[in-house]
Design a protein around this ligand. Structure first.
Ligand code: PLP
Length: 285
């Protein structure tokens, strides 16, 4: 695999970052993941907008202008022959001797790589997944997409050990979000419900795209929190993320959702999303 590291493209085994990188020592880094489907970057403008916002929240400068960032993504796709998978971008604050406080003017470390994998029409997409529930273990600024992901790693691992595919996290009696996805339910009277954006969750790019599709197709929407009990009694449930699109959730902590199979509105949203993605302009490096 050819990766990008601080200005150069190189074989992955040649890429090197200092042990004094603050991303490594403090999790002082921002990341983004964009899906690639049929050679197209999906919702990439939303992901680059969020990258800029997350970096600004930590006062880390953009490592390179946005237009160059898009070129790097396109070149990684071309060099790796990537038609379906993801592109990961990470920007850390840079390197300095270990201290909580950092000197001004650090040069950010910027790395990027591709991961080839099937995203559309997978068995999980067709059959749905089972999610466990767990108390949300994370910090208070979940709206910033930092590389500090141990809460999600542990929660997801625990859910997997209990036989679930993923986990939805809960705080103050309401579902916050999935370990790496936005949580949605559909009520028995056909309303699509998801939490409003706040510091408690990451503002999902796929969430934004799906809310727009709901509007375009006349589906009724409610941006509000919902409890684990309401989720367990919902007609349908799904999760959204760049790498899983619209993922049906057919079981929540032991409760089967609907008839235990992906519901009709979830399936419609899945196909609207793929259709919109495939209508996007292909990229030319
Ligand atoms: N919530 C969390 C905590 C995430 O990590 C992610 C994606 O990684 C999402 C939500 C979904 O965001 P997006 O749709 O932008 O991928």
């Amino acid at each position: 695999r050819i990766v990008y590291c601080n200005g150069d493209f190189m074989p992955e085994e040649d890429a090197r970052i200092s042990i004094f990188d603050r991303g490594f020592l403090f999790g002082d880094a921002i990341y983004e993941v964009t899906a690639v489907l049929a050679g197209r970057l999906i919702d990439n403008d939303l992901h680059l907008d969020r990258l800029e916002r997350s970096l600004a929240a930590l006062s880390i400068p953009m490592p390179t202008p946005r237009s160059r960032l898009e070129q790097i993504q396109a070149e990684l796709m071309a060099r790796n022959g990537l038609s379906e998978g993801t592109i990961y971008l990470q920007v850390s604050r840079g390197e300095a001797d270990r201290d909580f406080l950092y000197p001004e003017g650090l040069a950010p470390n910027f790395v990027a790589f591709t991961q080839a994998r099937k995203l559309a029409d997978t068995p999980a997409q067709r059959n749905g997944i089972a999610v466990d529930l767990a108390e949300d273990p994370r910090w208070a600024r979940r709206d910033i997409k930092t590389a500090m992901l141990l809460g999600q790693v542990l929660a997801k691992r625990q859910a997997r050990a209990a036989g679930y595919d993923d986990v939805w996290m809960v705080e103050d009696g309401l579902v916050t979000e999935g370990a790496s996805s936005t949580a949605f339910i559909i009520t028995t009277d056909g309303r699509v419900v998801t939490r409003p954006n706040s510091r408690s969750t990451l503002p999902g790019c796929t969430r934004k795209a799906v809310l727009r599709l709901c509007g375009d197709h006349g589906l009724r929407l409610e941006e509000r929190g919902f409890s684990p009990d309401e989720a367990g009694a919902a007609a349908e449930a799904f999760a959204t993320s760049a790498s899983s699109f619209v993922m049906p959730v057919v079981k929540i902590a032991g409760s089967a959702i609907g008839d235990g199979r992906p519901g009709p509105m979830t399936r419609r949203l899945q196909s609207y999303y793929i259709e919109a993605a495939l209508n996007a302009e292909p990229l030319h490096p």
